[in-house]
Design a binder for this molecule. Sequence first.
Ligand code: DQA
Length: 147
Amino acid sequence: MHVFNGPNLNLLGRREPAVYGHDTLADLEARCRAVTDDLGLQMCFRQSNSEGELISWVHECGESVAAGDSLGLVLNAGAYTHTSIALRDAVRGAEVPTVEVHLSNPHARETFRHHSYLSGVALGVVAGFGALGYDLAIRGLQRTKEQ
Ligand code: DQA
């Protein structure tokens, strides 16, 4: 299981806490690890502010999935969600089963957050439940293995 976080999510805890909560990225990682441990899965948790780095990581994730070493990707691409055709192409091109996750509900925010380039290539989308959304996304991705 891979969990990737995009730009500005390294600032969690002090970035707009009214929107994103008080948990830090380290808190989020610990929470995700508790879930993957519970499911008996390995987890690779990463954050980058760079679009190109995220794309390269998606490619790596695709190789892990093809090798049977990962179930896929939980992806909070931050603002790249709304801007990056390249990240969408990476998810599709590398054939990575992906769940899109957002801490906030972008649809209840500014109109420029209403469109996601990722949703159309995602297995599912979880938004608006804060850190709990990562738990749900991980468990949702795990369920696809059982189907
Ligand atoms: C976000 C929502 C995006 O619109 C925003 O740019 C982020 C965080 C979220 O988790 O709610 O950086 O992905």
